[in-house]
Design a protein around this ligand. Structure first.
Ligand code: UFG
Length: 321
């Protein structure tokens, strides 16, 4: 049985991917320091509590339990926080990732799937966005991901590391069987915040209604977390077969406005979403939609659960667990 090391496996996308790997017949060990993830989402016999910056601990783990490849999720993800405390982001996301790569090298592991983001593109000129668009991050979070994509390129060239960087658009939804789901503290993502508004009656704030979009609210490409998880399985299999390094967008190619998401939440929950409009949130591009034909063609991936209703319905089931 092939063993995969998942960093950040106690987090949102990491916990879904761990389940998907197990379902696909892989053995999995999870490295997490539980600073943002949840202990209860990981089978205790798989969890190795360690910090990414502890290169020696990571090396020891991979020497004691040899792995074929690493899927690296562990990172801070809040754009706003990254602008208030960039040092935290560069230390955890950049220094932490380099520490992990050093440990992989010491343990003789040279295949890695890396969680990247649409934030590497900033405000792209051409929509839908292709992987060939230039790096142009507009926040510190996006910059940390650009930096690691570049470090991975050098590790490939210099020491034969093979990597697949998956640039996620808007990860959303939850495991259809509600085994795991989204649980950020504090929550900043649209769909769970709309659920909170439904539950508490306290209005959600929609950021901006004067964008150059048909209804004036921002448009995003929402991708179901289980589809994202399956993209990671495809990426690992690609690397295990000896495939070269790649960078792929992971999205659906369809965009929905904030207002359309509100309406979908109202349909699924059967309740009105109390909301008000506030000013634009700094750093929000009006329109982000992926061209993900490269991933579809090269890794034979297709989104199965990413219809907006399906995303909202699975997230709502998890929210009410
Ligand atoms: N939004 C609101 N009100 C809220 C929260 C969000 O109107 O209370 C809006 C945002 O302005 C945005 C949309 O809902 O237009 C989606 O916002 P999210 O915060 O859910 O997601 P983002 O698009 O900001 O962020 C996602 C990922 C980031 C990544 C980014 C890339 O979560 O990690 O896409 O642009 F960096």
């Amino acid at each position: 049985m092939k063993r995969i090391l998942v960093t950040g496996g106690a987090g949102y996308i990491g916990s879904h991917t761990t389940l998907e790997l197990l379902d696909a017949g892989y053995d999995v060990i999870v490295v997490d320091n539980l600073s943002r993830g949840h202990r209860k989402t990981v089978d205790p016999k798989r969890l190795r509590e360690a910090d990414l910056l502890d290169t020696e601990a990571l090396t020891r783990i991979m020497k004691e339990e040899p792995v074929e490849a690493v899927i690296h999720f562990a990172a801070y993800i809040a754009v706003g926080e990254s602008m208030k405390d960039p040092g935290l982001y560069f230390r955890n996301n950049v220094a932490g990732s380099i520490s992990l790569m050093n440990a992989m090298q010491a343990a003789g592991v040279n295949k890695i799937v890396f969680s990247s983001t649409a934030a590497v593109y900033g405000m792209p000129a051409v929509i839908p966005i292709r992987e060939t668009e230039p790096y142009a991050p507009i926040n510190a979070y996006g910059e940390t991901k650009v930096m690691i994509e570049k470090v991975l390129t050098w590790f490939d060239q210099c020491v034969g590391f093979r990597s697949v960087c998956l640039r996620y658009f808007n990860a959303s939804g939850a495991d259809p069987a509600a085994r795991t789901g989204e649980d950020h503290e504090p929550e900043t993502h649209l769909i769970p915040l709309l659920f909170q508004a439904v539950k508490t009656g306290k209005p959600a704030t929609l950021f901006g209604r004067d964008y150059p979009t048909p209804d004036g609210t921002c448009i995003r490409d929402y991708i179901h977390v289980s589809d994202l998880a399956r993209a990671h399985i495809g990426a690992v299999e690609w690397l295990l077969k000896g495939g070269e390094s790649k960078r792929f967008n992971v999205g659906t190619g369809s965009g929905y406005s904030v207002k359309e998401v509100v309406e979908a939440v109202e349909r699924v929950t059967g309740k009105p979403v109390p909301h008000t409009y506030g000013p634009r949130r700094e750093g929000d591009p009006p329109l982000l939609v992926a061209n993900s034909t490269a991933l579809q063609n090269e890794l034979n991936w297709t989104p199965r659960d990413s219809a907006l209703e399906r995303i909202v319905e699975t997230a709502w089931r998890w929210y009410n667990r």
